[in-house]
Design a protein around this ligand. Structure first.
Ligand code: ARG
Length: 426
């Protein structure tokens, strides 16, 4: 170690990470703390808050722009139709990106340690540390390790005159990035509590606006253009968040099973994610074979679970990606989405790779190539053959058993019974 010891801290300017700054010096004996805020599409106010708090703390503060990288990650998730229990994984996908960016700063600044302000109850501690523990840096989690509560933190902040206003979020705990806005805590923790309309910021109440259709163009599974206009990933997502959000698209209110086993009530807004996931799946429906689709469901499910865990670096995921990428070669085309009443509904799709023959599916033509309609008769005779056979065997057996029972009851029924009873009775 050099003369002074340094630690890089994931810094948001909120209560948890603010109290971590003096604690890292007092309780962990670091001489210097470097605060790192990573931009994955949070609203501007959050950076202002981080900047102001850092200044007041006299903290060496770095802001890293990882928006483009994060947007790519979100679109990778679209190719795998990734959702966890119905949630498009905004927080989960962002954490490894944030963790990598902080690790880069920590290494560039010659830090000895790396710290986050997560509690011991959530998923984020696991997602951060999965990245950081690949390095040689000391991983530090003051809030978890010192068993801090929000109350204790408030008192400590007051004692040290730290710049906290309890965050800019009011009652709720909020996590926002390009892919989703999540709202939890306070009254919302009660699964029986109906959220007031004002928890939503990205979505207007569904049904208030009429309807509108847009066309989304995909190239090899990735959305590249809207209504014919090519957009970089960040802009495409931002554009759809605004537009789909105005139709109330992408609200999720759910019970989420966290990695440590806790069930937590979560509310999410994710208009762009819902729109892109719906459109992508609709295009896959046109270009993939039935067996590719059903196998891909299993691959997608595994992919989403690893994403939830913050473990997209797992060797399993590299293998899953091999399959996903192979299928996406055909996922090129255009999907028309209709926004209406809180929905982003696919209403048309086209692709040069469509596995579709109009003449085969149409009610208006008699034959498909040299296959006549009547050729299906043999198929229809066989269809369900094994079930009929199995059910026949079962009912024959049931009949046999029934007959055997009748036989037993009839022959010697009363005789035998009386005999035995009298023997035992006497
Ligand atoms: N439970 C979600 C997840 O683990 C998101 C939590 C977001 N945090 C918040 N304070 N709202 O991915």
């Amino acid at each position: 170690m050099t003369g002074t010891s340094k630690v890089a801290l994931a810094f948001s300017g909120g209560l948890d990470t603010t109290v971590c700054v003096p604690l890292l010096e007092e309780e962990y004996d670091y001489d210097e703390v470097v605060g790192v805020t990573v931009d994955v599409g949070q609203p501007a106010e959050e950076f202002d808050e981080a900047e102001e708090t850092a200044e007041a703390l006299d903290l060496d503060h770095h802001v890293v722009d990882a928006k483009a990288e994060f947007a790519e990650q979100c679109l990778d998730a679209v190719t795998a139709n990734a959702t966890y229990q119905g949630y498009p994984l905004g927080t989960a996908l962002a954490r490894p990106v944030i963790a990598e960016a902080i690790l880069d700063v920590a290494e560039a600044e010659d830090c000895d340690g790396i710290a986050h302000g997560c509690t011991g109850k959530g998923n984020d501690q696991l997602r951060f540390e999965a990245v950081w523990r690949e390095s040689d840096l000391e991983v530090v989690a003051p809030v978890r390790e010192l068993g801090l509560t929000r109350e204790w933190e408030m008192e400590y902040a007051e004692e040290l005159d730290l710049p906290v206003e309890g965050g800019n979020e009011g009652d709720w705990s909020i996590d926002t990035n390009l892919w989703s806005r999540s709202v939890e805590g306070a009254d919302l923790e009660d699964p029986g509590y109906v959220p007031p309309e004002d928890i939503y910021e990205w979505t207007d109440a569904p049904g208030e606006k009429g309807s509108e259709t847009i066309q989304i163009t995909f190239e090899e599974g990735y959305p590249v253009a809207i209504d014919g206009e090519e957009l970089p990933a960040v802009n495409l997502i931002e554009y759809l968040n605004d537009l789909a959000g105005s139709y109330g698209v992408g609200r999720t209110d759910m019970m989420e099973d966290r990695m440590l086993g806790l069930k937590v009530r979560e509310n999410y807004e994710h208009p762009a994610a819902t729109t892109l996931l719906n459109a992508h799946e609709a295009l896959e429906g046109l270009v993939l074979t039935e067996e590719e689709r059903s196998f891909k469901k299993q691959v997608d499910q595994q992919w989403a679970e690893k994403a939830y865990e913050g473990l997209l670096s797992a060797p399993l995921v590299a293998a899953l990606d091999g399959f996903v990428d192979a299928t996406q070669e055909k996922v090129t085309g255009t999907v028309t989405i209709k926004f209406e009443g809180g929905q982003a509904r696919p209403v048309a799709r086209e692709s040069e790779f469509a596995v579709y023959s109009e003449s085969a599916a149409s009610f208006n033509t008699e034959s498909v190539g040299d296959i006549a309609q009547d050729d299906a008769t043999g198929v229809a005779k066989y269809h369900g053959f094994q079930s009929r056979l199995a059910n026949g065997v079962a009912s024959a057996e049931a009949k046999d058993a029934e007959a055997k029972k009748d036989e037993l009851l009839a022959d010697g029924g009363s005789d035998g019974d009386d005999g035995e009873e009298s023997e035992e009775d006497e």
